[in-house]
Write a protein that binds this ligand. Structure first.
Ligand code: CA
Ligand code: CA
Length: 141
């Protein structure tokens, strides 16, 4: 006599495929683009640029400066052009004259060097210097 043996089904516990996705950095430097500009004397210089519409960066980060005077430092501010009437204004962060910005590279993640924040795509921008004009600067945006 056969006894029906009900074998318990083996529950195969599949290992949950836990794909841990690294959170996307909000301002990954490699996703930014960098433009080289010159500075004007408390105004935008003759070389300006347009805020990238494809990068993931929303700020204007000052990542390189070369002051052209003997001092080799200056104080910088971002300038933006209004699309409405083409006029220029200095970003609200303004010039901060408490710390001299010496020639060289500056960290893209150092908030001190965020000249303007939350800049709309397509906005034309420039950089102003406080002491004298004609400095070469790079903006990562
Ligand atoms: Ca210099
Ligand atoms: Ca200068």
């Amino acid at each position: 006599m056969n006894r029906a043996i009900v074998s318990g089904a083996l529950a195969l516990v599949s290992a949950a495929a836990c794909l841990v996705l690294a959170p996307a950095a909000s301002a990954a430097p490699q996703a930014c683009v960098t433009s080289t500009l010159n500075t004007g004397y408390e105004a935008q210089g003759t070389i300006t640029a347009v805020k990238s519409s494809t990068s993931s960066c929303s700020d204007l980060n000052l990542t390189y400066t070369d002051d052209k005077s003997a001092d080799n430092y200056d104080y910088y501010a971002g300038r933006l052009r209004r699309s409405s009437d083409g006029s220029w204004f200095t970003c609200s962060r303004g010039y901060r004259t408490d710390v001299k910005v010496y020639d060289g590279n500056h960290s893209v993640s150092d908030p001190f060097f965020f000249l303007c924040t939350d800049v709309a795509d397509g906005t034309r921008f420039g950089v102003a210097s406080w002491l004298d004009a004609g400095d070469t600067v790079k903006i990562t945006h």
